[in-house]
Design a protein around this ligand. Structure first.
Ligand code: ATP
Ligand code: MG
Length: 299
């Protein structure tokens, strides 16, 4: 089994783990930060990531065998911050049957005929499983807040849409997450914090490298004009929805090798705290096993 000290890695995460939002300021977290690790230590970081991935695979088996907890990992970020590749790398060792990724795009006509949590509730992980939300109900206080014309398209009764709408959505989300936590769902939320400059560099790469062309979207470039509004919305979102039972991890995302390591570390720490173990075999089961063994041998 991979040796991991949960205490040590919790220390590593301290600057990024937000559980009390009140004083949170996005400007306090530098997207280029690597927690003192130098880019020459990339190989070491990869080694650590590999250990984390291996550990996660082992824990996921226990999670499944126990069938008590579920794990919900929420990923939010600006375009090109590396959500997809982070999910891919961090989950690479886990049994695909134990994990389910759901990507939330602009809502469909059917989805708009329901409350905003509906489509996410449907995608929640069962006990024993890990659910990953690639974007989530948080889009409702991000893209919809930045582009308020989307709100008009949500078919809400007009008298219910007041200037308190965003605070009401935060309240709904807080209550929802508390409800899930009380039902045995471990919630970890990630904001991959990329800088505007690094995003530009990555968009240019998508244009310049044929194998990356498919990822390029001119709408994403247009969206950069709203950068400040997005950052304000992200900051407010974290301030209003960070909680001990549903922490936000604000992960510097200008260096992919660091982003992956930090996200894996946070997941290891979160699942580590559950102190999972394979279910114990009781005396009755042991007797049952002995009889089965006897039957098999005599077969
Ligand atoms: P990638 O670009 O890496 O494939 P993505 O998550 O950006 O991944 P897209 O299909 O490009 O996927 O974008 C999804 C879009 O849907 C985003 O711009 C997002 O803001 C938008 N979206 C998600 N939820 C909502 C919502 N509730 N209302 C309006 N737009 C939403
Ligand atoms: Mg996109």
């Amino acid at each position: 089994m991979a040796e991991i000290s949960i205490k040590r890695i919790e220390k590593f995460l301290v600057p990024y783990r937000i559980v009390k939002g009140k004083r949170f300021r996005l400007e306090d977290i530098d997207p280029g930060d690597t927690r003192g690790l130098k880019s020459e230590q990339k190989a070491e970081a990869r080694e650590l990531l590999a250990r984390g991935v291996e550990w996660l695979a082992e824990e996921q088996e226990k999670l499944y065998a126990q069938d008590r907890w579920s794990v919900l990992l929420v990923f939010q970020a600006m375009d090109a911050a590396g959500k997809d590749s982070t999910i891919k790398h961090v989950m690479s060792g886990v049994n695909p049957q134990g994990v389910h990724v759901t990507s939330f795009k602009a809502p469909s006509a059917e989805e708009l005929d329901h409350d905003f949590l509906w489509r996410c509730v449907k995608a929640l992980p069962e006990r024993g499983r890990i659910g990953i939300f690639n974007r989530s109900y948080y889009e409702e206080v991000l893209v919809v807040r930045v582009h308020q014309e989307f709100l008009a398209g949500q078919k809400l009764p007009p008298e219910l849409v007041t200037r308190d709408v965003w605070q009401e959505r935060f309240e709904a989300i807080r209550n929802f997450e508390r409800y899930l936590a009380r039902n045995g769902c471990l919630i970890l939320k990630f904001f991959l914090h990329v800088s505007r400059g690094e995003q530009k560099k990555r968009f240019l790469e998508r244009l310049d490298r044929p194998e990356k062309n498919w990822k390029f979207s001119s709408a994403d470039v247009h969206e950069r004009r709203h950068w400040k509004d997005y950052m304000r919305a992200y900051e407010d979102m974290i301030r209003r929805t960070a909680a001990e039972h549903a922490p936000w991890y604000v992960i510097p995302a200008d260096n992919k090798w660091f982003t992956r390591l930090a996200v894996a570390t946070a997941i290891v720490a979160g699942i580590g705290r559950l102190d999972l173990a394979f279910p114990k075999v009781d005396a009755a089961k042991r007797k049952d096993f002995a009889e089965a063994r006897k039957a098999l041998l005599e077969d």
